[in-house]
Design a protein around this ligand. Structure first.
Ligand SMILES: C[S@@+](CC[C@H](N)C(=O)[O-])C[C@H]1O[C@@H](n2cnc3c(N)ncnc32)[C@H](O)[C@@H]1O
Length: 207
């Protein structure tokens, strides 16, 4: 099989966060992603639930979740991203736990969350590590816990940046461990104009 190299290694992320202001990064979005917002309302996931923001980067999504009453942990592979996100939370007076963690070698073992959000992390991971991601996220979720997943869509032209996913790939990767509650086209709002085409999935951990 053709072997695709990992798109972005840890040191690349770290260099990126060291060198650039998070506000100018393509994915930066101050508001809560509209798809996450809608899903949390529809699924009536609120209150004091434990939420994990996977690949939390600038930390805006984690902070927005904390604003909505969630008890939030944000994890990122880049120590500088974690530091910048923690500083943002402190500046804004928000209580969020930010930790450095590689989801493919997680140290969160034993922790359990009711909801996990992933806005742009999964689609950057090396293809061969996708099964590890699926098993890890499943283990981090409570029974019936929900993963809200946003990734680049195969409808997005070009090959630069993250991998593009088809709905079939999402079904194939997640279908065994997760019930697919919804899978549809969306967009990635941020600094890219026009916004890249996205796939958005609501996945519920199987019993
Ligand atoms: C496209 S950015 C999105 C950041 C954030 N979710 C947002 O929407 O602003 C992807 C993030 O995933 C992080 N990341 C990449 N690989 C990771 C891994 N193996 N474990 C944890 N985080 C990772 C990167 O450092 C980066 O911050």
């Amino acid at each position: 099989m053709h072997h695709e190299p990992s798109r972005t290694e840890q040191h690349d992320w770290e260099t990126w966060y060291e060198d650039e202001a998070v506000e100018s990064m393509p994915w930066f979005l101050r508001e809560l992603d509209q798809d996450f917002d809608q899903s949390l309302k529809e699924l009536q996931i609120n209150g004091q639930r434990r939420a994990l923001d996977l690949g939390s980067g600038p930390g805006t999504q984690a902070i927005q979740l904390a604003d909505r009453g969630f008890r939030v942990t944000g994890v990122d592979i880049s120590p500088t991203a974690v530091r910048k996100a923690s500083e943002r939370a402190r500046r804004e007076g928000k209580k969020v736990e930010f930790l450095q963690d590689d989801i493919l070698h997680t140290r969160l073992n034993g922790r359990r969350f009711e909801v996990v959000v992933d806005r742009g992390c999964f689609h950057t991971l090396p293809l061969e590590s996708r099964p590890v991601y699926v098993k890890t996220v499943s283990a981090l979720l409570e029974d019936q816990g929900v993963l809200l997943l946003k990734c680049f869509s195969h409808l997005q032209p070009g090959t630069d940046g993250p991998y593009r996913l088809t709905p079939d790939e999402v079904r194939e990767q997640f279908g065994k461990d997760f019930e697919i509650l919804s899978l549809r086209d969306s967009i990635f709002l941020g600094n890219h104009k026009p916004p890249p085409k996205a796939l958005y999935a609501i996945l519920r951990k199987r019993q």
